[in-house]
Each structure stands twice: as structure tokens, then as C-alpha cells.
Design a protein around this ligand. Structure first.
Ligand SMILES: [Zn+2]
Length: 360
């Protein structure tokens, strides 16, 4: 297939070169241009075309397959050939949900066979054969699905009844589902950093649990982030009317010229861990400052308190209340305004921003 295309392009190139010679005569400059066109430009175009078509088919086919829940051949009509699942199904099953990998297909050498584990089934595409493959996952009956949904809601409801974090814990991020890891990778955390700060995956809750420790290293609270839109994104223990949310205090694991005398308050735990590599980073676990946290901040005695919440409505209105609240207590507090959540900036950018704000 590839060889045929290449030959076709070269023949066309040679014809074009001949045409130039024919129209301009043998003395003109055009044979040179034509030779260049023929020898260099065409092969480059062929290569560009091939790389574009292979990635385009890899991107597009999976979506086409995903939109179809029908039996394998129905998705493509009667004429479309499918790769034999015996060639690839086990490879796809070995992947985590959302995972993709490329392999050698029995049609030739090179890793031309791409397989993917999708939420609704297993998919393949060989871009030498130009053929897809898809095996849908069997959908459990409705009653079973409702029972499973109820069971997961029950697990959530039970978990929030206690400040003891849910166990067992999977600490190695390499064993987590892809989307859970990607959430942290996107904020600049790598596997070692994730392990250092003690985040873990809880299989039954299907969430990343972030433990909150006291100054005495006692577990006092936790927050869990989920990835299934059918369930609450964040889960944390329910507090009684007389209980206050604690502060999450980040540890300096990857310090970048850290000035611990400056205290930066953030909304979420990831952000506190990012700013906590540059200054002292604490998360309020929300956008409100309760009396206990306020007293703790005063006791810390920072040279400067920077309030850097997310740039959304809740964050901005929180910041507008918290800064005057701290100043009323005689604390040198200042708001940090930025276009993004603190967690989304690289450490060097955070350092530059906080330096500017703490200097004035
Ligand atoms: Zn093939």
C-alpha cells in the first residue's frame, strides 16, 4: 500500500519534470527546478501525507467506534473488513481504561497495530491493513446497573460519616486508573511527588484520597477527588455544627528557593502543594476562612500572608472577604490575582508571582 503510493507519487513527479522540460526547452532553468520538485518535494509530500493519514485514522476511528454500541460489523456496514480479535483483543484487555498501545501486526513488521481500552469496549486499528476492530463490553442488565449505582452511593455516604480516611490505600500512582493520574500530571505532579505527599487511590470509592494531617502528624480530615460524572466530584467527611474545617499544610518536597516566612493561602490541596515549594503553602479546603484557621494563621506569624484563590466567582468573592478579615487582625495580607488556579502554574512562574507580591 505504502510502496504503491510512493511509486505513484514518483511517477507523477517525473511526468511533471518532463512537462517542464517540454515547455521551456532544454536550456531553461526549469529542469533544475523540476528535478528538485521530483527528487525532494514529492517524497516529502508523500511522507507528510502518510503521517497525516495514519494519525488521522487513529484519532477518528476510536470516536466512530465509541459512538456505536451495536455489534462489531454493524458499525462499519457489511463491506468493512475487521481485524480478527484473536490478533489484538488480549492486548487491549491488558490496558487500563483509556489506555492505548501500539504493537506489531501479523501483516508485517513495525508497530502498525494500535489497540485501545475504551470505557464501552476494546478497539483496534492497523494502519497497514487499514482495518479496524471493535469488541463492545457486555452491558449488565438494568436491575444490575441500578444495584451497582446504589452500592456506590452507599459507599460514598458511609465514607463521609467519619474523619478516618477510607482504606485500603493504593499509594503507587502507576497502579491507579489513567484519568486519576492524569489529573495530577496536568498540575505538574510526577509519580514520586504524588507518593511523597501521601495521596492514594481508593478502589471502592473510585477516588484519589488526599489525607489532611495536623501539626502532630495526626490524620484530622481528608478529601477525595472522583472522576465519574455520575457521582460527586469531591467527597470529604461531614462535620458537625461545632466542628471546623482544618487547614491543609503542604510539605516542601520540591523546593525552589523557598521563603518559608511568607504564607500563601490557597483554595485547594494541589495548589497548596505547588505554592508550598516556594513559600509556606496552606489550603483552606474551600473559599472561607473560619475562626480557628484565622487564629492559626495569626499564630504562625508570617512576614506576609498572600491570599491566592482560584479566579472564579467563589474564589474572587472569598479573596475579597479573607484579605480584610486578616488585615483586621493586624496581619499583613495581600491578594494575588492571576488568570489561572495556582496549581496550573509551573513552580518557576509561581516563584516569580509570589516574589512580586511579597515584595510590595
Ligand atoms: Zn495489519
Amino acid at each position: 500500500m505504502i510502496a504503491l503510493l510512493l511509486i505513484a507519487y514518483l511517477v507523477i513527479g517525473l511526468l511533471v519534470a518532463k512537462a517542464f522540460v517540454y515547455f521551456d526547452g532544454p536550456d531553461a532553468e526549469s529542469p533544475g527546478i523540476a528535478m528538485f520538485f521530483c527528487l525532494f518535494l514529492w517524497p516529502i509530500m508523500v511522507l507528510l501525507e502518510l503521517s497525516a493519514s495514519s494519525s488521522a485514522s487513529w484519532d477518528g476511528w476510536a470516536e466512530r467506534l465509541a459512538s456505536s454500541n451495536g455489534p462489531t460489523t454493524a458499525a462499519f456496514g457489511k463491506d468493512t473488513a475487521m481485524i480478527d480479535p484473536a490478533d489484538w483483543l488480549e492486548l487491549a484487555k491488558a490496558l487500563p481504561v483509556g489506555g492505548k498501545s501500539s504493537h506489531v501486526h501479523n501483516c508485517g513488521s513495525g508497530r502498525k497495530l494500535l489497540v485501545e481500552h475504551k470505557p464501552n469496549g476494546y478497539a483496534a486499528w492497523c494502519y497497514r491493513c487499514g482495518e479496524p476492530g471493535f469488541v463492545p463490553k457486555a452491558r449488565p442488565p438494568l436491575a444490575e446497573r441500578i444495584a451497582a449505582l446504589k452500592e456506590r452511593r452507599d459507599i460514598d455516604q458511609k465514607a463521609v460519616l467519619t474523619i478516618k480516611p477510607p482504606l485500603p490505600a493504593v499509594f503507587d500512582p502507576r497502579e491507579w486508573p489513567l484519568e486519576a493520574r492524569v489529573w495530577l500530571y496536568k498540575a505538574g505532579f510526577d509519580n514520586d511527588w504524588i507518593e511523597d505527599i501521601g495521596f492514594y487511590w481508593h478502589e471502592r470509592l473510585k477516588r484519589v484520597v488526599m489525607p489532611v494531617l495536623s501539626d502532630l502528624n495526626k490524620l484530622v480530615f481528608w478529601q477525595a477527588r472522583g472522576f465519574d460524572p455520575a457521582f460527586a466530584k469531591y467527597l470529604s467527611p461531614e462535620l458537625g455544627a461545632d466542628q471546623h474545617k482544618p487547614i491543609y499544610k503542604a510539605e516542601p518536597v520540591r523546593p525552589v528557593e523557598r521563603d518559608a516566612s511568607v504564607l500563601c493561602l490557597t483554595e485547594d490541596i494541589l495548589s497548596a502543594n505547588k505554592v508550598g515549594q516556594v513559600v509556606t503553602g496552606w489550603s483552606l479546603l474551600g473559599t472561607k476562612l473560619n475562626a480557628l484557621s484565622e487564629a492559626e494563621i495569626a499564630k504562625f506569624g508570617a512576614s506576609k500572608v498572600l491570599v491566592w484563590l482560584d479566579p472564579d466567582e467563589a474564589g474572587v468573592s472569598g479573596r475579597r472577604k479573607i484579605v480584610p478579615q486578616l488585615r483586621a487582625r493586624g496581619i499583613d495580607a495581600k491578594a494575588v490575582r492571576a488568570d489561572l488556579d495556582p496549581k496550573l502554574y509551573p513552580l518557576e512562574d509561581i516563584r516569580r508571582k509570589l516574589l512580586v507580591h511579597s515584595a510590595t
